[in-house]
Structure formats: C-alpha cells, structure tokens
Ligand binder design. Structure first.
Ligand code: MN3
Length: 204
C-alpha cells in the first residue's frame, strides 16, 4: 500500500494573512506531493513496501544503500509535512493550556522563553530545515532543529509535537527573505489543542 497525500484539513486560505493561500496550494499540492510520490518510487520493489513511515524513518541505517538518500529525504518530507499541516490553525493569539502549558513552563520557565528558544532554533537553522518541539524519552520537552527533511524520529531524539518548516518554499512568496516575520507569524497559526493532543500521545 503506497503512501498517500492526504488533503489539507482546511482551505488553502484558512491561515491568511500569516500563511497565504498560494503558498499553501504550492507547498501542499506540489512540494508535499513530490515527497510522497518520490518516497513511493524509492520504496517500490523493496522489502520496505508496506512498513509504517515511523518504522522506516527510525531504521534508515538498514535501508538499501542505493535508496537510503531518497528514502531519508522524501520519507522525512512526507512525515514532516503531515505533522506541519496538522498543527496549523488560526489561534487568535491563543496560548497552550493545561498539562502542555505546565510542561512548557517547567522546561523553559515561561511560554515567552519557549517561544524565544523555538524562534532562535528556526532562525539559526542555516539553509533549509525544520525547528521542533519534541518530547524526549524521559518525558521532558526540548527545542531542536534539523537540516533538510531530517527529523527527530530519524535520530531518536524524541517525538516531535510541533514543527516549523523553514525551507524558503514555505514562506518566500509572502515574506521573501524575511524569515523572522514568517516565524513570528507562525505563532498566530499554531493549533495548540492539536499540539496538546500530540503531547499526551507522546507521553503514553
Ligand atoms: Mn516544506
């Protein structure tokens, strides 16, 4: 069973003005679709066909040598964007609440300090990559970043519950070179209820 590109769970313009409709259309319909198609092509005819994406990403060292690069890049791209679409929603300046808010305060001191650390991870990732909030094996929250389409599932650094795509394709139409403005806009479109749900799932 090949991997499938799921439809966006909202309209292309649902995140405007922070993420524009045209960017969403191309990002999902072209970029994410290409990762999905290329992942399927790389897996076709290998013994990895039919494995879950998490199983694939956490066992890349066992991938067929001639396919490893394609599986890593496109498998990461497939997984990362699935997470990304799921945690986006206009939040009207809403903040995390409940157990997630407590865990953020406990790990970072305050929401603002967390936001600063996450924004710094997004800003200092040179070139293309992602910033992450992960639940580490001991249950604690950590901010990290990775290059290209790599992610913490591959490295065993924890379970991502929030991810920000800082590839230029994610913001260039609307923000051009102003990554800082894109990162700042991102905090208006984080679906904290979904992040809280992922947080609960990662702990159990
Ligand atoms: Mn992308």
């Amino acid at each position: 069973m090949a991997f499938e590109l799921a439809p966006l769970p909202y309209a292309n313009d649902a995140l405007e003005p922070h993420i524009d409709a045209r960017t969403m259309e191309i990002h999902h319909g072209k970029h994410h679709k290409a990762y999905t198609d290329n992942l399927n092509a790389a897996l076709a005819g290998t013994e990895w066909e039919g494995k879950s994406i998490e199983e694939i990403l956490s066992n890349l060292d066992k991938a067929p040598a001639d396919k490893k690069g394609a599986i890593q890049n496109n498998g990461g791209g497939f997984w990362n964007h699935n997470l990304f679409w799921s945690i986006l929603k206009k939040n009207e300046n809403g903040l995390p609440s409940g157990a997630l808010a407590e865990a953020i305060n406990s790990a970072f001191g305050s929401f603002d300090t967390f936001k600063e650390a996450f924004s710094k991870a997004a800003m200092t990732r040179f070139g293309s990559g992602w910033a992450w909030l992960v639940v580490a094996a001991d249950g604690s929250l950590k901010v990290t970043s990775s290059p290209n389409q790599d992610n913490p599932v591959m490295t065993g650094d924890g379970t991502p519950i929030l991810g920000l795509d800082v590839w230029e394709h994610a913001y260039y139409l609307n923000y051009q070179n102003r990554r800082a403005d894109y990162v700042s806009g991102f905090f208006h479109v984080v679906n904290w209820d979904k992040v809280a749900e992922l947080f609960e799932g990662a702990k159990s």
